[in-house]
Design a binder for this molecule. Structure first.
Ligand code: MG
Length: 384
């Protein structure tokens, strides 16, 4: 294998992860063939990517501009994400879309036996049980998020029964040094300034509320098929240790590196090969001097505890909370609610939600939409 050209479908190619994936493609000439590119509404960048990478097929969220681009490309080169994900010349599907848009293409790709490099949180948070069942029938899931990639890399060559616990590291986000009164007055601009990572706005705000870490616990639960009560979180400000696995004999493995999403993206695209890449910053431990660890203070960040509670309850709770958070973050960014309202809105959502036992895909997607509407209504009522 090793030297075979890897056929890629990149869904969400104009987002932060999509753009960094194309940097990896650019840095490893001859290693990949970009078969498909799909984007949301950034038609201008998609046009430039099509020009540079010459994919066989492309797609963009329906709209007047995407219709123009579809016309330019010709209808055979214009394929929806599902079709793109199942093409025989695609080996790896990068799902870097946002919201529930990545759900159907992930399931289609797994059913077609593809490797899915998963960067879209909602896929596992909303529909983890359904994706897990699809995985039992075929396909392969490779995490892209730095924490899950770290755990995945620690587990290469290890049997599942050797795992005792997983530990996710948390940087604490942009607002880790503020007290509750200061958090109340935080602006979107301040919350968007992540100390270590360059990411999209939704995940950066979720890092600031620590809700993101709760979502990562839910994802880890489904990715590695391990109960939530065997997943820990440790505060680690430097984001150098990306996560750890404790084995039954007490041995602990960790994966380290400079905070740069291109490494986990590359791992997911080239697995099982480790491709040599000089463009990635090498880790200089002596320059760092020391690494710090501590406990996460969840009293200032209630969204984390709520996400963990939803994860423990299972059913459709995590799906509802995920939709609610999506709406709450949107309202905060548009300055329709305060930073500390996000946690409050999530708490009200969890209290009000009525879960279904053994939910199917429709129940899960329905719960996500319910959570979104519930928060929209709460915010609209508070502005009246
Ligand atoms: Mg992460």
């Amino acid at each position: 294998m090793g030297s075979d050209v890897i056929g890629l479908a990149l869904l969400g190619s104009t987002g932060s992860i999509g753009r960094q994936a194309l940097e990896v493609v650019r840095a490893l000439p001859g290693r990949f063939r970009v078969v498909g590119l799909a984007a949301g509404r950034n038609i201008e960048l998609l046009r430039a990517q099509i020009e540079e990478f010459g994919p066989d097929v492309a797609w963009a969220a329906p709209g007047l501009e995407s219709q123009v681009l579809a016309g330019e490309l010709g209808s055979e080169r214009w394929q929806p994400m599902d079709e793109m994900a199942a093409r025989p010349d695609v080996d790896v599907v990068l799902v870097a879309t946002v919201g529930t848009a990545g759900l159907a293409p992930t399931l289609t790709a797994l059913e077609a036996g593809k490797a899915v490099a998963l960067a879209n949180k909602e896929v596992l948070v909303v529909a983890g049980s359904v994706v897990r069942a699809a995985l039992d029938r075929g396909g392969e899931l490779r995490p892209v998020d730095s924490e899950h990639s770290a755990i995945w890399q620690c587990l290469w060559g290890e049997p599942p029964e050797a795992i005792d616990r997983l530990t996710l590291t948390a940087s604490g986000g942009a607002l880790r040094n503020l007290d509750i009164e200061q958090l109340d007055r935080v602006t979107p601009e301040e919350a968007l300034r992540h100390p270590n990572w360059e990411m999209g706005p939704k995940v950066t705000i979720d890092s600031a509320t620590l809700f993101n870490k709760g979502l990562e616990v839910v994802e880890a639960r489904w990715l590695f098929d391990i109960p939530v009560d065997r997943i820990d979180i440790v505060l680690h400000r430097e984001s150098i240790v990306h996560s750890l696995v404790t084995f039954v004999d007490g041995s602990v493995k960790a994966q380290l590196g400079e905070p740069d999403m291109k490494l986990p993206i590359q791992c997911a695209l080239t697995y099982p090969e480790r491709a040599s890449q000089r463009a990635l910053a090498s880790l200089d431990l002596a320059a760092h001097g020391s690494l710090n660890f501590g406990e996460v203070d969840d009293s200032r960040f209630p969204a984390l505890g709520l996400a963990l509670e939803a994860a423990r309850r299972e059913g459709t709770y995590a799906a509802a909370l995920s939709g609610a958070d999506d709406a709450a973050v949107e309202h905060f960014l548009a300055k329709r609610c305060r930073f500390t309202d996000i946690g409050r809105l999530l708490g009200q959502t969890l209290d009000a939600h009525q879960s279904t036992a053994e939910p199917g895909l429709d129940d899960l997607v329905g719960a996500e939409q319910w959570g979104r509407r519930f928060v929209d209504d709460l915010v609209a009522a508070s502005m009246r």
